[in-house]
Design a binder for this molecule. Structure first.
Ligand code: FAD
Ligand code: MG
Length: 361
């Protein structure tokens, strides 16, 4: 809009100075530029959520188109219920025989297995039988009984997945196993959008794939970005924490995103692969901040399962394995908010009835 007003003024100045033929050419040129460039974000329902991308002054249709084509491609590859998708083929045949998949699914498979290893099984993409049993995202969710869990739990174990990089195949060692990349695919997708931004030398962008946020580049005023972390008790109200930071991905896993209630009991969508039940610990949400969105996504889910103490112990190890700054914000049921050690960003708590708990390990 501002860009259009700017060109409009230029056109009037030029029309009085140059002849009609040239001014007409100039008008066509300006209209072309303004029609190809948009300062408003583009959004679309993909990956089961609203994906919003704002490229600010570099928002040309061509770049937006490329980004949303890529996001739709990722959705096709990773959707469990889309017939002929890699995931559909794996979940229906990988016990019978190794199933060859595309590069995207295979590389996310390998990263997921690494994350499972280093989080000691807290993150486990073989949770699909649990996701199916509880059916939390559906209109008819189900509270699983202990008998059902006893039957299903032996199927949830990443150690029973065999991969072969030679032919990019995935093989299950137990019948009934399945993969669900819901805890990491949006992060992978955000990193793919970042690659497109880098390719086109986009100066700044906000990528928000259903709460999986990436602030990219530098703001026009050269200041750091302000990102809000939701209040898990009032997710539709003002944010609870504001973090001011340079280019990074900020990803939150929490009890409030997807859940159903039976009486007083709430059942959310992050499962303990050890008990088969929605994780019930001191946490309401965990936010992970790092430059790689896939890692931030996977780790936020894993830290939620592991709880604050164990996650804190593991963060320095993970930072050194992945050679990048990894920070976390833990929001707890007792209204305490704690930050990982040496948290490098400016943070503010925006509600009076929450307090920061400093932890010195
Ligand atoms: P996260 O904490 O990042 O992940 C939680 C999810 O990870 C759970 O929902 C479960 O799927 C899985 N999970 C649970 N426990 C574990 C664990 N211990 N280890 C590893 N994984 C675990 N949702 C819809 O409602 N409708 C759709 O049509 C739809 N389509 C989708 C298509 C694709 C390709 C993908 C990847 C997801 C789709 N989703 C859909 C799911 C949705 O958009 C989110 O990805 C999902 O709900 C989790 O996102 P999150 O950031 O809230 O939670
Ligand atoms: Mg996640």
């Amino acid at each position: 809009m501002h860009l259009f007003l700017f060109f409009h003024k230029c056109i009037i100045c030029f029309i009085v100075k140059i002849n009609l033929k040239h001014s007409l050419l100039f008008i066509i040129f300006c209209l072309y530029i303004t029609s190809c460039s948009q300062e408003k974000p583009r959004y679309e329902q993909i990956l089961g959520t609203i994906c919003t991308v704002n490229l600010f002054e570099d928002g040309r249709d061509k770049i937006y188109d490329e980004i949303f084509v890529r996001l739709r491609e990722i959705e096709r590859e990773f959707s469990i219920d889309k017939k002929n998708s890699d995931m559909y083929r794996v979940n229906s045949r990988a016990y019978v025989e190794p199933v060859t998949v595309g590069q995207d699914v295979f590389s996310l498979m390998e990263t997921s297995l690494l994350l499972s290893d280093i989080t000691e099984g807290a993150f486990d993409v073989s949770v699909e039988p649990l996701v199916y049993l509880w059916n939390i995202n559906s209109a008819s969710p189900h509270v699983a009984s202990q008998e059902e869990l006893d039957e299903i739990l032996p199927l949830v174990n990443y150690k029973n997945i065999v991969t072969n990089p030679g032919n990019r195949s995935i093989h299950f060692l137990k019948e009934g196993m399945g993969l669900d990349f819901g805890a990491i695919a949006k992060g992978f997708a955000a990193d793919e959008v970042v690659k497109i931004c880098e390719k086109h030398e986009v100066r700044r962008a906000i990528i928000d794939l259903g709460g999986n946020v990436y602030v990219y580049g530098q703001k026009a005023n050269k200041k750091d970005w302000n990102v809000g972390i939701k209040n898990p008790e009032y997710p539709d109200s003002a944010p609870l924490v504001r973090v001011t930071l340079p280019q990074n991905s900020i990803v939150t896993s929490g009890v409030y995103e997807r859940f159903f209630s039976v009486g007083q009991e709430k059942y959310h969508h992050i499962f303990s692969p050890f008990t088969g039940r929605p994780v019930d610990n001191e946490l309401l949400s965990v936010t992970v901040i790092c430059e790689n969105s896939m890692l931030a996504d996977g780790l936020s889910t894993a830290f939620f399962v592991l709880g604050e103490k164990k996650s804190r112990e593991l963060i320095p190890k993970f930072s050194s394995i992945f050679n990048m700054q990894i920070s976390a914000v833990f929001i707890k049921k007792n209204h305490e908010i704690s930050f990982s050690r040496l948290f490098p960003y400016v943070r503010s708590i925006l509600y009076d009835d929450w307090r920061v708990k400093e932890v010195y390990e």
